[in-house]
Design a protein around this ligand. Structure first.
Ligand code: UFG
Length: 317
């Protein structure tokens, strides 16, 4: 298939681009390189270095049969301080992309949604029919696009899938996380192990969990890529499907730190700090729906294996 990957120079988008190329698809990456890296775009894909707002001429030129849409601002904390950036890029940019798709008769899309659309869960594991009450602008902006896709499916016959990622981690095709400002737990733990940072701050150890630290569902980026390939052809015209993507197993911050120590063989000194605003105690996915409907099955469920893949790529860099 001829596909456009918006955000294909980022962490997840670049890994999925590599998987699409390996599967025989023809890929154009659209990315304004605001947080992505041109050298992360796998060779074999063409890069159009423009923003979502400027996507119409690219669609006119490429005439894709489908779009995979990863391009977004994705830092929860920043979304609270500078909400206009999140509404502008995540919502305004997505609207521009959907309008460009409509104008150029491309109606198939897979969208990167997030567990942050649910907010503080009433029960875990979280199913897709759980209430969506985001607690930050990031989650609200992604939920707005989910609603946009539902209405474009109904009104314009779009065939859409929203994949609600939980905590994406690991590396594949030599591509891993590389953020200018790193906020995610696993890369920070590995930076401490590598001696690039002195300590890791654990954001609170008084949560109602077995060891007092927050529990998250870490899903390997390669398993995520598998899910995109399965999702791409799945919906019929007029259909918008929503699937959670996680391993279904929760690991605590303490368990992640222990895994980083074990995998790297280096000490990872920690200090316990205040809770981070907006962090739910536990976010674990029920991924039963995508398993049942698309036959998705994660291949990397072992935390140490996920951390090892991230470590190998970070070290190679
Ligand atoms: N944490 C620390 N210290 C750090 C960094 C993180 O203790 O230095 C803790 C956090 O408090 C949290 C856990 O590690 O409990 C994971 O934090 P991350 O920042 O790695 O990830 P989040 O769970 O906050 O968020 C991720 C994505 C979001 C997405 C969310 C959905 O970054 O985009 O998962 O589950 F919305």
């Amino acid at each position: 298939m001829r596909v456009l990957v918006a955000g294909g120079a980022g962490y997840i988008g670049s890994v999925v681009t590599a998987a699409l190329l390996a599967d025989g698809h023809e890929v154009t990456v659209l990315d304004d390189l605001s947080t992505g890296h041109a050298d992360a775009v796998p060779s074999g894909a063409t890069l159009a270095a423009v923003s979502l707002h400027e996507s119409a001429p690219v669609l006119a030129d490429v005439r894709p049969e489908a779009v995979l849409h990863f391009a977004a601002k994705s830092l929860v904390g920043v979304s609270q301080q500078r909400p206009h950036e999140y509404w502008d890029t995540n919502v305004g940019g997505s609207l521009a992309l959907l309008e460009a798709m409509r104008a150029h008769h491309c109606r198939r899309i897979v969208f990167s949604s997030t567990a942050a659309t649910y907010g503080e869960p009433e029960s875990v594991p979280i199913r897709e029919d759980a209430p969506t009450r985001p607690t930050n602008t990031y989650g609200a902006s992604k939920l707005a696009v989910d609603h946009m896709l539902t209405s474009y499916a109904v009104a314009h016959g779009f065939a859409a899938v929203s994949l609600r990622y939980f905590n994406v981690a690991g590396a594949a095709h030599g591509l891993g996380e590389r953020h200018a400002v790193e906020t995610h737990l696993i890369p920070i733990a590995l930076q401490v192990a590598a001696g690039e940072r002195e300590t890791l701050t654990v954001y609170g150890d008084d949560y109602p969990t077995p060891d007092g630290t927050c529990i998250r569902d870490y899903v390997h980026v390669e398993d995520l890529a598998d899910a995109h390939l399965l999702a791409l052809p799945a919906p019929a015209a007029g259909e918008h499907r929503i699937y959670n993507l996680g391993n279904g197993t929760g690991f605590s911050v303490q368990q992640v730190v222990d895994a980083a120590r074990e995998v790297t063989g280096h000490p990872v000194p920690v200090v316990v700090g205040e809770r981070r605003a907006g962090d739910p105690a536990q976010l674990v996915a029920s991924s039963d729906l995508i398993r049942a409907e698309l036959g998705w099955a994660p291949r990397h469920t072992d935390l140490a294996g996920i951390v090892r893949d991230a470590w190998d790529v970070a070290r190679a860099r």
